[in-house]
Design a protein around this ligand. Structure first.
Ligand code: B12
Length: 213
């Protein structure tokens, strides 16, 4: 088991997309829990890649390859998590987006997968989503929750801007807003008037449950 987790981590570090997808499939075929596979395997790889980038050992191309391998694995696991969801009753609608100017979508996609697995109807708007598009999704989808992800200190500001835009449009009472992403903290979420924050996907689901309880 440990060996397989190590192989998963390495497939991401080495940017081996096909291998990452194969390992994810292999793990599922042998009955492993997709959440554990993500947590103990692939996530370790992307975190390590981030560390190597910070230390100057990895450059952007390597980081891009690592992210692509991570996403290949995530796609396989997501399918499985969606199947789990079929057995659940729907608990609420969630609109997710990585904010304008920010292309980091791995964390947001994991949050979406976990929400789906827990019975939420997830509308993922993608990454680098214009603020106006989040606002119009509130009219189109009528979500219970809007989740905004930001991975850059510069784009965190957009979380604040989106919340302001929603407030100015008179729709703030219609939705609960959750924010997340590596640089985001509880203090920041409170400062910008979000309803909830979490630094991981599992707690994000719990927080969502509390918010729409
Ligand atoms: C992978 C990665 C990339 C990939 C992204 C690929 C993709 N499709 O996502 C690529 C290579 C494209 C990339 C590009 C860049 N990156 Co980059 N990247 C990373 C890296 C290594 C990992 C991010 C990640 O996926 N982590 C794994 C996920 C699972 O974790 P997470 O996102 O934090 O999500 C979890 C929680 O935060 C939470 N969560 C996330 N979202 C949400 C939302 C809600 C609502 C909730 C409740 C919870 C929640 O749950 C998630 C699951 O547990 C980080 C390093 C790091 N330590 O974060 C740098 C990092 C974020 N990048 C960085 C930088 C600088 C860049 C670039 C500007 C580089 C450049 N010079 O071009 C560009 C930015 C382009 C842009 N405009 O967005 C910096 C940011 C520094 C800063 N302080 O702002 C970091 C911190 C690296 C560093 N130390 O320098 N990057």
């Amino acid at each position: 088991m440990e060996q397989l987790f190590e192989e998963m981590k390495n497939s991401v570090l080495e940017g081996e997309e096909e291998e990452a997808a194969e390992l994810a499939q292999k793990a599922l075929d042998s009955g492993m829990d997709p959440v554990a596979v993500m947590d103990k395997g692939f996530l370790k790889g992307i975190n390590e890649a981030g560390k190597l980038y910070e230390e100057g050992e990895f450059f952007l191309p390597e980081l891009v390859c690592a992210a692509d391998a991570m996403k290949a694995a995530l796609e396989v696991l997501d399918e499985e998590l969606k199947k789990c969801a079929d057995n659940n009753t729907k608990t609420g609608k969630v609109v997710l987006a990585t904010v304008q100017g920010d292309v980091h979508d791995i964390g947001k996609t994991i949050v979406g997968a976990m929400m789906t697995a827990n019975g939420y109807e997830v509308y993922d708007l993608g990454s680098d989503v214009p603020n106006e598009k989040v606002l119009s999704a509130i009219d189109d989808v009528k979500p219970d929750i809007v989740g905004l992800s930001a991975l850059l200190t510069t784009t965190m500001e957009q979380q604040k801007n989106v919340i302001e835009m929603i407030r100015e449009a008179g729709k703030r009472e219609e939705v609960k807003i959750m924010v997340g992403g590596a640089p985001v903290s509880r203090q920041w979420s409170e400062k910008i008037g979000a309803d909830g924050y979490s630094d991981n996907a599992i707690d994000a689901v719990k927080m969502a449950g509390i918010l729409i309880g």
